[in-house]
Design a protein around this ligand. Structure first.
Ligand code: HEM
Length: 396
């Protein structure tokens, strides 16, 4: 019996036992099962994904073609803090326990908040993890993704209406709780990184020894900068490797970090290129037909808002089933399937599929590397009081 058959049987069994709602289930609405939905029509003055404008739609098309965006990506360099996962203290001005005297309770406060937030909606763990990725890949981990003023990255094509507004609000709640005990001490950039660390842990993943000491950026990146740096889900393996290399990340980082797709959801518009106009030969047929049932026709406005689990076997558990899925040709994005198209990345996928502790170990190292991209430290930037707003605009 081949791997795909075993997987399909496993999912059918889980569905029959009521472990998952339906085979290859669609997630309800645009959130993961809590009934709490992001509101795509909220304005930029409050927390919400902002509606797609015509200009953004044009960029989105370019982003979806993938190769074009990657071709722009060459100019991005990792900063002093990108130097990998070596042990010990300072890495580009960061250290483990940076707040041990200035705010020793920071992680406890974040964990208390997150336990409540995740209990209400476990999908927030995925939302927060993706926020960290999209923050760090664009002008470094400086919390610029959280800014709503004077400009915002949230309307940029790779973020628009897909970064969870409710996860942004969750981070605002966490930051407010941290400010209540340690006013003006902990940056929003560190709040994202520590919240991600704890969200991954609470979802069953590894405990990542993140360093802290990041400071917050003063301005958001442009739409073009976001498009140039966030890989679209249509990239082939060569372009995907190149995008990660541009951020100082190698194949081990690419494969292990892609394992972040073990939790969370995808909107059908990102899945559609796999199933229309024709079904990708990369996909298991039964799985592709179910995706078609969930997502097509693409021009149906209800289907366009529909989401599906990234890992339908254990959608909310941080584990290594993502790698078994893609070996069974059960891949949500072309970029997931593409990891099996180069011998080095295929070998890593096979290793992590067999060995969860090894995946967790590499994921931790790669997350630390990603968390140190182009960080601001020392006197650079500022410690924002409110993550949506640079301090100078707070009273205006
Ligand atoms: C390798 C290149 C990557 C591509 C092309 C990619 C693309 C995407 C896309 C298109 C979505 C769907 C968003 C939506 O429809 O709402 C998504 C979701 C997600 N991605 Fe990635 N991603 C990549 C890497 C990563 C990395 C490095 C991480 C973190 C380590 C990550 C974590 C997530 C998570 C957790 C979600 C679910 C978000 C949610 O449920 O709100 N991704 N990704």
């Amino acid at each position: 019996m081949d791997m795909a058959t075993i997987l399909v049987m496993l999912v059918a069994f889980a569905a029959a036992m009521g472990c998952i709602p339906t085979m290859f289930a669609a997630t309800p609405g645009s959130e993961d099962g809590s009934g709490v939905k992001d509101n795509p029509s909220l304005s930029a003055s409050s927390r919400g994904s902002v509606g797609i404008t015509d200009r953004d739609a044009a960029h989105q098309k370019a982003w979806r073609t993938g190769e074009e965006a990657s071709a722009h990506a060459g100019g991005f360099h990792t900063g002093s803090g990108s130097g990998g996962s070596g042990s010990g203290g300072g890495a580009g001005g960061l250290s483990v326990g940076f707040y041990s005297s200035s705010c020793p309770q920071v992680e406890t406060v974040i964990e208390q908040q997150l336990r409540v937030i995740l209990q209400a909606n476990i999908g927030q763990a995925a939302g927060i993890l993706r926020i960290m990725f999209h923050d760090c890949f664009v002008q470094g981990c400086d919390a610029s993704l959280l800014l709503l003023r004077p400009t915002t990255e949230l309307t940029a094509t790779p973020n628009n209406a897909s970064i969870r507004a409710s996860s942004l609000r969750a981070l605002d709640t966490i930051k407010a709780a941290v400010e209540a005990v340690c006013p003006g001490v902990v940056s929003c950039a560190d709040t994202i990184v520590l919240s991600t660390k704890i969200a991954v842990k609470l979802s069953g993943g590894p405990i990542i020894p993140m360093r802290t000491g990041r400071r917050d950026g003063l301005s958001a990146a442009s739409n073009q900068t976001v498009v140039n740096n966030i890989p679209p889900p249509t990239l082939n393996i060569t372009a995907l490797k190149q995008n990660f290399q541009n951020h100082g990340l190698d194949s081990r980082d690419l494969v292990s970090l892609s394992g972040g797709h073990t939790i969370g959801r995808a909107h059908c518009r990102f899945v559609d290129p796999q199933i229309t106009p024709t079904i990708s030969t990369d996909l298991n047929t039964a799985f592709a037909l179910n995706l078609s049932r969930i997502c097509l026709p693409a021009n149906n406005p209800i289907k366009a808002r529909q989401t599906t689990h990234l890992d339908f076997v254990t959608p909310n558990l941080f584990d290594n089933s993502y790698f078994n899925n893609i070996l069974a040709k059960v891949a949500i994005f072309h970029t997931d399937a593409a990891l099996t198209n180069a011998s080095d990345t295929l070998q890593l996928v096979q290793l992590y599929a067999q060995n969860q502790p090894l995946f967790f170990q590499q994921f931790s190292q790669s997350m630390i590397k990603m968390s140190q991209l182009n960080v601001l430290t020392g006197q650079q930037g500022e410690i924002r009081k409110k993550c949506s707003t640079p301090n100078q605009f707070l009273n205006s």
